[in-house]
Design a protein around this ligand. Structure first.
Ligand code: FDM
Ligand code: MG
Length: 207
């Protein structure tokens, strides 16, 4: 049996228009250009999965959900992908997530849900090796254009989420100054990627 190095779980978090989706894709493309099949990109919500379809219909204002039901749907949507994430990492493939449980927690805290309650449903999911926290100044965010049409895409919600996200920072978080050009930010992301320690086993989210 050949022992191969495991993949890593990298999460991109930050506000809308911080460039996190663009950069998550760029990192995945870069890694695959170096070594085809070495990375997968996973966005949350993953709208193609059963719970993701419910979330998508909520965001597009087709259906209503209570705040707690919505929170659990977002969390269930991550559980829909849990085995895939663990399998890829075991196979040595990097998993790059565009949003993860930190969006789940920050958005629900911003709506006033209880912190202990909110955290429960993600306990046991794989814990990211690194969370890239995209920080964009309000001026630059404004220059990048208007808000989208979906629910949750308002300035008031964004400000509250920003505050909550700030409070979630932990030792596996790295700040990325997202005000720079796409190329500069891409290099900053690659540098953080290259410094990830993959000798320790993947862990799970705890209480
Ligand atoms: N969102 C995303 C949440 O409220 N909770 C979550 O757990 C996740 C993953 O969904 F407003 C919100 C954040 C955003 C909306 O996300 C749709 P995208 O990245 O715009 O598709
Ligand atoms: Mg959006």
């Amino acid at each position: 049996m050949t022992s191969q190095r495991r993949g890593v779980l990298i999460v991109f978090e930050g506000l809308d228009r911080s460039g996190k989706s663009t950069q998550a894709k760029r990192l995945a493309d870069f890694l695959n250009s170096q070594n085809e099949g070495s990375a997968v990109l996973q966005a949350f919500p993953e709208r193609s999965e059963p719970f993701g379809q419910v979330i998508d219909r909520y965001l597009r204002r087709e259906i209503d959900l209570s705040e707690r039901a919505l929170h659990l749907a977002f969390s269930a949507n991550r559980w829909e992908k849990e085995q895939m994430i663990r399998d890829k990492i075991e196979q040595g493939i990097d998993v790059i997530c565009d949003r993860y449980c930190y969006s789940g927690v920050a958005y629900s805290l911003a709506k006033g849900l209880d912190e202990n309650w909110v955290r429960q449903s993600d306990i046991g999911l794989p814990r990211p090796d690194v969370v890239l926290f995209f920080e964009v100044s309000p001026e630059v965010a404004r220059q990048r254009g208007g808000f989208g049409e979906e629910r949750l895409e308002t300035e008031t919600i964004q400000q509250k989420v920003a505050k909550k996200m700030e409070e979630l920072r932990a030792d596996n978080w790295k700040s990325v100054n997202a005000d720079g050009s796409y190329d500069d930010v891409e290099l900053a992301v690659r540098k953080i990627y290259s410094e990830i320690d993959r000798t320790a086993p993947l862990t799970s989210l705890e209480k």
